[in-house]
Design a binder for this molecule. Structure first.
Ligand SMILES: NC(=O)c1ccc[n+]([C@@H]2O[C@H](COP(=O)([O-])OP(=O)(O)OC[C@H]3O[C@@H](n4cnc5c(N)ncnc54)[C@H](OP(=O)(O)O)[C@@H]3O)[C@@H](O)[C@H]2O)c1
Length: 249
């Protein structure tokens, strides 16, 4: 276990989907800051294996599918037993399938809502109970501009992300008196595996409609998450921060 000066145990961050994309960068940066990090994804990869080797007990990865909300709750409870506390939860992992609403299979809609809305709520509940004991904690939910602007082919994803934003405001009211801050980060398009399938003509359209003229980088999104998670944001709760190069302005 990594200890901060003064023998205080290192703070613990739970990051869903820490194997790739934004979750990977957050995991790397939180570990480098001296936090312990617990994360999950469906599959391990070179990053999770190398990080487990490098950081030992300060890093925990497990195979969990977001659509299995019982497994998600079990993961968070296990983190509580392993590390004794949780200081930060980043509800990062998300699942996007672009498909027209009229032809989307009912099972697919259920999975999208389970992965993008129910799983984050279950994680938040278990983690908030652990944070409550310390009277301190922060939750950052990762939404999407699909929650605030209409795009074709993403109805269930958009509904789930909008639900997450609403839940964030309600939770900020309920958990604030317990010392827990809850905020939402709403990114526009940024480069990751999720956007790797965007065609070059759609990419050009996005760039054209974005005042800053480009997609975001994963590090720029991580900067905003780490700000909301930091003491510099200690009087910010119940807010939604849109980080999209201006595409929704
Ligand atoms: N990229 C964008 O342009 C963009 C824009 C707006 C919002 N967002 C949001 O930003 C967040 C991060 O996106 P990203 O682009 O970094 O995603 P990404 O590169 O696709 O990475 C997703 C991470 O979540 C894990 N994951 C995916 N499906 C999972 C499942 N069913 N169960 C458990 N883990 C799962 C992945 O690992 P496995 O595949 O091994 O499970 C991976 O670690 C998401 O909430 C996304 O909705 C992204």
């Amino acid at each position: 276990m990594t200890d901060l000066p003064g023998d205080r145990p290192a703070p613990v961050a739970v990051v869903s989907g820490g194997s790739r994309g934004l979750g990977r960068v957050l995991t790397e940066r939180l570990l480098a800051e001296g936090r312990r990090v617990a994360t999950f994804s469906r599959k391990p990869n070179e990053f999770t294996e190398a990080t487990a080797e490098k950081y030992g007990d300060a890093f925990h990865w497990a195979a969990v599918d977001l659509t299995d909300t019982t497994a998600v709750r079990d993961f968070a409870r296990d983190v509580g037993r392993r590390f004794g506390s949780v200081d930060l939860l980043v509800n990062n992992a998300g699942v996007l399938h672009q498909e027209l609403f009229l032809t989307t299979a009912p099972k697919r809609m259920d999975e999208l809502v389970a992965a993008n809305l129910l799983a984050p709520l279950h994680l938040a509940q278990v983690c908030a109970r652990l944070m409550m004991r310390a009277g301190d904690g922060t939750i950052v939910n990762i939404s999407s501009i699909n929650a605030i602007r209409g795009y074709r082919g993403v109805a269930a994803y958009a509904a789930a992300k909008a639900g997450l934003e609403g839940a964030g405001r309600a939770l900020a009211r309920e958990l604030g008196p317990l010392g827990i801050r809850v905020n939402t980060l709403t990114p526009g398009f940024f480069d990751s595996d999720m956007t790797a399938e965007v065609t070059s003509s759609n990419r050009m359209k996005i760039q054209h409609r974005t005042p800053l003229g480009r997609l975001g980088t994963v590090d720029e999104i991580a900067d905003a998450v780490l700000f909301l998670a930091s003491p510099r944001a200690r009087f910010i709760t119940g807010q939604t921060l849109v980080i999209d190069g201006g595409i929704t302005c």
